[in-house]
Design a binder for this molecule. Structure first.
Ligand code: SAM
Length: 281
């Protein structure tokens, strides 16, 4: 077990800064304060980072940490942190690590005993979800589906039975192709397209997938989040599936009692019902 306290100032710490997803006013005071105080800003795109910093009157040396050099660059950053340098990392927009580089850096930092702390800001999928009108109590963020049709079908098929609101990132030039695959896999579900969030052209388009096809001629430009309502179909779990699961857990060494308990939780089926099934001659 490893416990780290972010506000105990003695150890090196890597800050992750959430940056604006469009509207430059959407950055916190605290993010700016951290950016002013660090020695280096590590960034997905150092040119973007410099222009963002310039906008807030901050001048810093920037280090590039992007997808293709993330492992090597992460190790250099960890060395600098160990030497006592203060470093903040930002991706191009929103939260690092959310469909952006950042995970490897964070992972390597934690492995190396460096503390990590995130400075809050906007994330496109959270803004989109909260205003979508689709259920927010349970949601599943997927990010970008594969540009390859077969892979995209497989990915979406795996999500088909989920009852949670599904959230995707998509680029404008692939939108209608992806929507056609979604319609094929999910059926004609309710969806919301949240476009150009926090920018002057911010727009929400709510309707059934097939209705959105009417906009293909007009075309939809800009950055967008696609939210799809979760499955409304009740999943039918047959007795054989339940017995099979208990048997499988038994084989893995669990007692029948524990296997029944786990199966009951996994499938949300009453324990006594599974007990009777398993002990029925
Ligand atoms: N790290 C970012 C975050 O936390 O949201 C996401 C980066 S990902 C490379 C870029 C994708 O996020 C875009 O293709 C789009 O799907 C979504 N996105 C980013 N900014 C957006 C905006 N202002 N409005 C709608 N979607 C946006």
């Amino acid at each position: 077990m490893i416990r780290t306290k972010s506000f105990d100032n003695t150890d090196p710490i890597l800050y992750l800064i959430a940056t604006p997803i469009g509207n430059l006013s959407e950055i916190s005071e605290r993010a700016l304060e951290v950016l002013r105080n660090v020695d280096f800003v590590a960034a997905e795109d150092t040119r973007n980072a410099r222009s963002l910093l310039f906008h807030y009157g901050i001048k810093k040396d920037c280090i590039s940490v992007r997808e293709h050099n993330e492992v090597q660059a992460s190790l250099s950053i960890i060395s600098l942190l160990r030497e006592g340098k203060k470093i903040a990392y930002m991706s191009d927009a929103g939260y690092p690590g959310i469909s952006d580089p950042g995970y490897i850096l964070v992972n390597k930092a934690i492995e190396s005993g460096i503390k990590v702390s995130t400075i809050s800001g906007s994330s496109a999928f959270l803004n989109a979800l909260v205003s979508s009108g689709l259920p927010t109590n349970h949601f599943y963020f997927f990010g970008f589906v594969s540009p390859k049709e077969k892979e995209a079908i497989d990915q979406l098929t795996n999500l088909k039975e989920m009852k949670d609101t599904l959230i995707f990132y998509e680029s404008p030039h692939r939108l209608f192709k992806t929507l056609r695959i979604m319609e094929k896999v999910f059926g004609n579900r309710e969806i919301v397209i949240a476009r150009e969030l926090t920018k002057i052209n911010e727009e929400y388009i709510r309707g059934k997938i097939k209705e959105i096809f009417d906009l293909e001629q007009e075309g939809l430009k800009g950055e967008m989040v696609v939210l799809v309502s979760g499955s409304l179909e009740e999943k039918v779990i047959d007795d054989e599936t339940l017995k099979h699961r208990v048997g499988l857990l038994n084989k893995k060494g669990l007692s029948t009692k524990d296997a029944i308990e786990i199966t009951s939780e996994e499938f949300s089926v009453n324990k006594n019902y599974i007990y009777d099934l398993v002990h029925k001659k």
